[in-house]
Design a protein around this ligand. Structure first.
Ligand code: NAD
Length: 430
């Protein structure tokens, strides 16, 4: 089939390359000419494992091309996936739908009568219906669940496909697009527009709630001397609860969960339904960042002014260079504002971090970042940081004090190497 993918960011570039991998002819469209030029040259402008290989393979074969022209896109194919951003509005918790509205309007203007416009962006419930009422072209909603860091794998082998469709023709077209994925046994859920839209926001709300639940338990543990890591392990043995997303730490960030739960609570208000608990989920999450700042102050003797603080991590999660709403950088920036001399290292996100936070210090390696540190904060769960030897690190820093904001470092090992060790939700070892 001949498909287009409108918006070639984290989601769209991955979707375009994976659709080519499924055997389709794909044209990616973006308003950003630099992004289009990079992708057309076979270069992924962000870090995502396995994507560079796929992009290079299919741009070389000619099965995957990129353009800035909607006119060319409309003439190219019949099924158009819209993957543009839906960030939080500046003036409210709601989603900013300008890019979605503009992409649908541009595509609808040029598309022929047989075109199917498929939304993949995460949108407030009711958006697909509104767009269907506004434009003559047929619309479907096919929300995306991929995780950055596993985006290719999640696209080619998703847990499920959700097809929000208003006609048999739309469903048949989408089933044809995903035929190899469906043939591999992926469950397909067909739904009306509002249900399809809600599946995505409900899934993100559930995941955020699970993380904030264990982080709220961490707060209780901190108030009582209990250990949240033992608590999480014990409750996770219950199949009904499960171990995943139950590690306490500095909380979630990124371009999806925080803005999606805010947009969902906001949309619920508009609908006269209360999802007030999601605001508490958000507040718990943000309080974990406060807690790291507070621990940093405590370990530095009451104030961080003049302290040399090393922050390990800038990306919001490992295997990504995405720094949108990154807890690590939020904490780093706040400590810098409090007068600390902050040095950050991240294996992939340094360029993005430098652009967004030019006043922070940056080191090219974890070792360089550790030299002379009065305090170390471990805030992004890169496997490389787990490999750091506490003994080697001890020889580099000025004062051996560390906060494990991700709950994955071996406290006993760090303490044995002479470190003062603190983790969220756990009593200080000693
Ligand atoms: P992104 O900011 O990386 O990419 C959005 C792209 O859209 C940018 O390249 C931008 O230039 C382009 N764009 C904006 N307006 C356009 C227009 N009118 N026409 C063509 N291109 C336009 O965002 P993202 O992370 O890829 O997210 C996109 C959507 O997918 C969001 O709704 C997000 O919530 C959802 N989503 C993202 C992920 C993820 O892990 N990143 C996962 C699932 C769903």
């Amino acid at each position: 089939m001949r498909l287009t993918v409108i918006g070639t960011g984290y989601l769209g570039a991955t979707h375009a390359a994976c659709m080519a991998e499924l055997g389709h002819e794909v044209l990616g469209v973006d308003v950003d000419p630099d992004k289009v030029a990079a992708l057309q040259a076979g270069r992924v402008p962000f870090h995502e494992p396995a994507l560079p290989e796929l992009l290079a393979k299919h741009t070389a074969s000619g099965r995957l091309r990129f353009t800035t022209s909607y006119e060319e896109a409309a003439a190219f194919g019949e099924v158009h996936f819209i993957c543009v951003g839906t960030p939080q509005r500046k003036d409210s918790e709601g989603a900013d739908l300008r890019y979605v509205d503009s992409a649908f309007a541009s595509m609808a203007r040029y598309a022929g009568p047989d075109a199917l416009l498929v939304g993949k962006s995460t949108v407030p419930v009711g958006t697909a219906g509104r767009l269907a009422d506004t434009h003559a072209a047929e619309i479907a909603w096919n929300p995306e669940f991929l995780r950055e860091g596993f985006a290719v794998e999640d696209t080619l082998r998703p847990d499920r496909l959700v097809l929000g469709v208003g006609s048999e023709r739309a469903e048949a077209l989408l089933r044809a697009v995903y035929a190899p994925v469906i043939a591999a046994g992926t469950p397909v859920v067909t739904a009306d527009f509002p249900t399809a839209e809600l599946v995505k926001t409900a899934a993100n709300a559930f995941l955020a709630t699970k993380i904030s639940f264990i982080n709220a338990m961490a707060e209780v543990c901190e108030a009582t001397g209990a250990d949240v890591s033992v608590l999480a392990e014990a409750i996770g043995h219950d199949d009904r609860i499960g171990k995943k997303f139950l590690r306490s730490g500095v909380g979630f960030g990124g371009g999806c969960l925080p803005k999606d739960i805010r947009a969902f609570a906001h949309r619920a208000d508009e609908l006269g339904v209360s999802l007030a608990f999601l605001r508490e989920v958000d507040a718990i999450n943000m309080r974990r960042r406060d807690r790291v700042v507070e621990l940093a102050r405590e370990l530095c003797g009451g104030a961080v002014l003049g302290a040399r603080i090393t922050v390990l991590g800038a990306a919001f999660k490992p295997d990504s260079d995405d720094i949108r709403d990154s807890p690590a950088l939020n904490v780093a920036a706040r400590l810098r504002l409090d007068g600390a001399d902050v040095t950050v290292h991240d294996p992939e996100a340094m360029d993005n971090a430098r652009k967004a936070f030019p006043l922070l210090g940056y080191a090219v390696s974890a070792e360089e970042a550790l030299v002379g540190a009065d305090l170390v904060l471990h805030l992004t769960e890169w496997p490389q940081f787990r490999e750091i030897s506490p003994d080697t690190a001890r020889s580099l820093v000025s004062r051996p004090r560390i906060v494990d904001g991700r709950g994955v470092l071996d406290a006993a090992e760090w303490v044995a190497a002479g470190w003062e060790f603190r983790a969220l939700g756990r009593p200080a070892p000693g």
